[in-house]
Design a binder for this molecule. Structure first.
Ligand SMILES: [Zn+2]
Length: 200
């Protein structure tokens, strides 16, 4: 992908913008009112809006390596400021934590990274792999870790008291999703049988 492609791409987008003028102009005039906060990975192959066919204005998004939410006590500002704005100002109703197969961040966690790198520091907030290696499972270590990390981040998000309160009052629902890069399909973690299922 060259920069020239991106510049031409804006021209293509402007045509689509004109075709959907009402949507875009309403978003300007009436402001944004997304119902969903999407926590995803920065991976260029997993574009949230594409995977769920969402429009502009549908998703409030934060993406980082391995779809991580550092716990409140980590005092990390980037992710926590997005949470604060989404939950306390936009009043979103759903938080989707979406990991994906083949996640480079999770593979870095498994393989290890140089201790002096920022990625190493960041991955300290991912699911501890020592716990996972003890768990017998038919999935590969990579896939087990990806899944467990999604569940781990769903626990991390509850360390923010204002989120835990809204979850307890059924004002926010937290969803644990896994995007399969081979099929484009999304699985969700079902609390009833403690297992992952595809939507269709
Ligand atoms: Zn990833």
């Amino acid at each position: 992908m060259s920069l020239a492609k991106l510049k031409k791409g804006n021209n293509v987008f402007v045509k689509k913008f004109d075709e959907n003028k009402k949507l875009y102009h309403d978003l300007v005039e009436k402001g944004q009112h997304p119902k969903v906060l999407w926590v995803g990975c920065s991976d260029s192959r997993v574009v949230p809006e594409f995977t769920v066919n969402a429009d502009a204005g549908d998703l409030f998004v934060i993406r980082n390596i391995a779809n991580i939410i550092p716990p409140a006590e980590a005092d990390e500002n980037c992710t926590s400021s997005v949470l604060e704005y989404a939950v306390l100002h936009l009043n979103i109703e759903h938080i989707i934590i979406c990991g994906h197969t083949g996640c480079g961040g999770i593979n870095a966690l498994i393989d290890g990274t140089p201790k002096d790198s920022k990625i190493h520091d960041w991955l300290k907030h991912a699911c501890p792999t020592q716990e996972i290696t003890k768990k017998p499972d038919s999935d590969s270590l990579e896939l087990v870790t990806i899944k467990e990390n999604i569940l781990f981040q769903a626990k991390n998000i509850l360390t923010f008291e204002y989120i835990e309160k809204k979850v307890n009052q059924n004002e926010i629902n937290i969803h644990k999703w896994l995007y399969d890069m081979h099929s484009g399909k999304i699985s969700f973690f079902d609390e009833i049988d403690n297992n992952w299922h595809q939507f269709f």
